[in-house]
Design a protein around this ligand. Structure first.
Ligand SMILES: [Zn+2]
Length: 494
């Protein structure tokens, strides 16, 4: 009797286990198939787009050498003036119908009055400054960086992507709409900066203060940054619109080891450099914890329908597979940056001569902070990892650090309008919320606006991304024309 009841209990346990397994497999498959069926996208077909007028204006814009430098004395403000003069000539309707306000040498704000003053306004941002090209590097360019050459279907030169592309696209879109006697429902601000590449403190930050003082709170803000990426990611062939809805924070953290100075011929067992090396190793061995932010989950879920069955199964069941997916993402530097606060040791300081023991040695870690963490959290985590009283850890140039920008609501008006416009202008492109890991001027707006979006509707390949701030920066006429068309559609529904 006893053995029979034992067998029965065993069978019950096995039955319960099999039922649970069956339910689990059923849920996994159900979610996988639901993902495949949901929100069907039309096939993506690349379209030819031509806007020779906009191309000529961008080429002209590039010819102004509007470089910005951390040492403000090196900035050619006369050159900036020349650029604004060019804008007045190239976009007469914009300058006739919009109110233009100089906020500072580094910020200009245009106001396009909307029909309904009770509605919250929106903001389109761009910057006219560019990162410098050292004269010695100019020979490496196929076309002169400030030649503004139009050749082979491309506009070549510094700023052709970052960010005169956005600036000219915005102005061309507004000029086009004005020529059709269009007036937006909401007021539209065009916020231009001239110091984005050196931090935006005198440009975008001043514009935000100006709006804040007038109690103006935009509904959404659209700035430069992420693009539509084609090819490469998880074997997906469709272009992926990486819509930057959040931004990582940034801090440089200095690790300083104390030693004793003296002649290097009679050294202690460990010099300041040795102590520092151990501290750096400890920090690298204890990376920050992996976290899948809700927006990163949404990013992966949006990719799921366009992947293989196995990947679809994994990505549409993140409630179960999330921890595993996080660990896989952390393996490659590019995806690791999506799931954790990163720290990269970049600068080292030690003794000034080979035969002098350093009194102290220091290393700086460039940290990119995931939304949810803070500068203080990052500092504390590095201190914890170091655990050595001979070593101090502090924020280097605290005024240059910035907290992360929390994700903009994906259900909000801004994200919705942008994805709607995408489906009209570029049907078949997959919209994905994206975490941007550099900083943009739009971060200043997060003080007065919940939705700051970083997105440029241009289709680029992975290898094109090095053109930002790189040699032979260029943009195709097709991409520029597409950008203008996108903004025309977006403004029509604003
Ligand atoms: Zn830029």
């Amino acid at each position: 009797m006893k053995s029979l009841s034992g067998i029965l209990t065993g069978m019950t346990v096995l039955l319960i286990f099999l039922s649970l397994l069956f339910i689990l497999v059923f849920i996994l498959l159900l979610r996988t198939f639901a993902v495949s069926k949901g929100a069907p996208l039309p096939p993506y077909v690349a379209q030819e787009r031509e806007n020779p007028l906009a191309a000529e204006k961008l080429a002209q814009a590039i010819r102004f050498r509007t470089e910005s430098f951390s040492d403000l004395g090196n900035i050619d403000l006369k050159g900036y003036e020349g650029f604004h003069h060019f804008l007045r000539q190239a976009f007469p309707l914009v300058h006739r119908h919009l109110q233009r306000q100089t906020i500072s040498d580094y910020a200009v704000l245009y106001t396009w009055q909307g029909k309904d003053e009770s509605l919250q306004p929106v903001v389109l941002m761009a910057h006219w400054d560019v990162v410098p090209v050292a004269p010695a590097e100019e020979v490496r360019w196929t076309y002169p960086p400030y030649g503004g050459v139009l050749a082979d279907g491309y506009i070549h030169g510094r700023g052709s992507l970052d960010d005169k592309l956005s600036l000219i696209s915005i102005f061309e879109a507004v000029e086009t709409l004005l020529s059709q006697a269009f007036q937006p429902e909401r007021t539209v601000y065009l916020a231009l900066g001239g110091d984005e590449e050196i931090g935006g403190t005198l440009g975008a930050a001043a514009t935000v203060r100006y709006l804040e003082e007038r109690n103006i709170r935009p509904l959404w803000v659209l700035d430069e940054a992420s693009v539509i990426l084609q090819g490469g990611l998880l074997g997906i062939t469709r272009p992926l619109a990486l819509i930057g809805v959040a931004e990582k924070g940034h801090a440089d953290i200095m690790v300083i080891a104390q030693g004793r100075d003296g002649h290097a011929s009679m050294p202690p067992a460990s010099t300041a450099v040795g102590i520092l090396a151990k501290a750096v190793c400890r920090v690298e061995k204890r990376p920050s914890r992996i976290r899948l932010l809700p927006m990163v989950r949404r990013f992966l879920e949006n990719l799921a329908p366009h992947t293989s069955f196995a990947l679809k199964l994994v990505l549409s069941n993140l409630w179960l597979t999330g921890p595993l997916v996080g660990r896989i993402l952390a393996k490659a530097p590019s995806s690791n940056s999506l799931v954790r606060t990163t720290r990269a040791f970049t600068v080292l300081q030690g003794s000034s001569a080979e035969n002098i023991l350093p009194e102290k040695a220091a290393a700086i870690a460039n940290c990119r902070i995931l939304p949810g963490d803070s500068v203080q959290d990052t500092l504390t985590a590095i201190r914890k990892a170091v655990r050595d009283e001979r070593v101090t850890v502090e924020v280097f140039r605290p005024e240059d650090s910035g907290e992360p920008v929390p994700p903009s609501p994906l259900e909000g008006e801004g994200y919705k309008k942008i994805t709607e416009t995408l489906s009209e202008v570029l049907p078949g492109v997959v919209p994905c919320p994206f975490l941007f890991n550099a900083t943009t001027d739009s971060r200043y707006f997060s003080r007065i606006c919940d939705t700051t979006i970083r997105f440029m509707p241009v289709i680029l390949q992975n290898e094109d991304l090095s053109l930002f701030h790189g040699t032979n920066e260029r943009v195709s006429v097709r991409n520029l024309s597409q950008y203008v068309e996108f903004l025309v559609h977006l403004l029509r529904k604003t």
